[in-house]
Design a protein around this ligand. Structure first.
Ligand SMILES: Cc1ncc(COP(=O)(O)O)c(C=O)c1O
Length: 365
């Protein structure tokens, strides 16, 4: 029988289930104290004043942009390489994405290209650096450009819970940070969920209003909001996961180190770059190979699941090209044909990492 190595989610332990049962017994399923506790703990760990829990990472991005007043006619700078939800809220709000190329070493937004695109843009209002795969973008350089052009900086930290760079935690570098708790993320709520972090009290208030039908505490709807709330049962899981996420991140880092060491002598394979000032939390471990598709088939035939994150650049999805004139981003476009995500989760056995790397070595022998 072939060995199977696949992607798995993080575990939800028995004591977490007890916390969920407590919520169920309380009968308070939304807008309750557990969500507030989750927000307080998340804010404290991130080092920000406010955390606002919401129904998904996509909702987190959407509400942060709406809270910042982004709307029709505004331009929002986004990297070409990310999950679709980095750009879909921009388009949903009627704003125009301006695509920025990536740095070929880190795969995060290239600050030099950002500076050029921001200078050329007619009405740039915001920028969304993405901490792709768990590595924070070069926020110091991005902040400098943002300051020059007075841009609202929204970190897409959906893949980077408690990553750090230059001594700053993801979600504490920009004006706001958006997190996802989708089950495969570094921490989850055992379902969909999200969080926005910010030091701006006014922005936090607007996002709380918008996530709850635009309703203020006096029951009057002064904004047009929808329902983006997080359930109390999910928040209970989130609180418990906060106590584990750092250990899981360390486990991911150990697995990444094993992959990188074992692949060091395979000249055809490029392993992830970890800048000296960064703590990469390896939501994904992504290699580059010029023979990506054949290598993927070889791994698959040896029982190893791999992923493509992401096989199409953001600016090339039909839902985007239908609305935005086509652009060229050379580094992004070169990358998407070469990337391959290897199995990565906190409890991945050392033997599985060895099996995957041996199978890659065998392919190139
Ligand atoms: C970079 C990035 N942005 C946004 C999202 C959207 O998060 P969600 O799936 O929780 O809506 C995700 C995760 O799926 C993501 O990886």
């Amino acid at each position: 029988m072939t060995k199977r190595v696949d992607f798995t989610t993080v575990g939800v332990a028995q004591e977490t289930i007890d916390d969920v049962v407590e919520v169920l017994d309380s009968g308070r399923f939304v807008k309750g104290p557990v969500g507030e506790r989750f927000e307080d703990k998340f804010a404290e760990k991130t080092g920000v004043e406010h955390a606002v829990c919401v129904s998904s990472g996509t909702a987190a991005l959407l509400l942060a942009l709406r809270g910042a007043g982004i709307g029709p006619g505004d331009q929002v700078l986004v990297p070409g390489h990310s999950f679709f939800a980095t750009v879909s809220p921009v388009l949903t709000l009627g704003a125009d994405p301006v695509f920025v190329d990536i740095d070929p070493e880190t795969y995060t937004m290239d600050p030099t290209d950002l500076a050029e695109k921001a200078a050329d843009a007619a009405n740039p209002e915001a920028v969304i650096p993405v901490h792709i795969y768990g590595l924070m973008a070069d926020m110091a350089a991005i902040e400098a450009v943002a300051e020059e052009h007075d841009l609202f900086v929204l970190e897409d930290a959906c893949q980077a819970h408690f990553a750090e760079r230059n001594g700053v935690t993801a979600g504490d570098a920009g004006d706001a940070g958006a997190f996802s708790f989708y089950p495969s993320k570094n921490m989850t709520v055992a379902g969909d969920g999200g969080m926005v972090t910010t030091d701006d009290s006014d922005l936090a208030r607007r996002m709380r209003q918008l996530r709850n039908h635009g309703r203020d505490d006096d029951g009057v709807h002064r904004a047009l909001g929808l329902n983006y709330r997080l359930d109390e049962t999910n928040a209970a899981v989130g609180v418990a996961q906060l106590g584990r996420v750092e250990r899981w991140n360390r486990n991911r880092q150990t697995a990444a180190e094993r992959y990188t060491d074992a692949l060091a002598n395979v000249s055809e394979v490029t392993t992830p770059t970890e800048p000296a000032d960064a703590s990469h939390v390896y939501h994904l471990y992504v290699i580059q190979s010029p023979d990506r598709d054949a290598l993927r088939d070889h791994l698959e035939s040896n029982g190893i699941d791999t992923g493509l994150h992401y096989g199409t650049a953001l600016h090339e999805h039909p839902a985007v090209t239908d609305q935005i004139p086509s652009v060229t981003l050379p580094e992004t476009e070169a990358l998407v044909d070469r990337i391959l995500s290897l199995p990565m989760y906190p409890e991945i056995p050392e033997g599985d990492v060895e099996y995957v790397t041996n199978t890659i070595r065998e392919f190139y022998r």
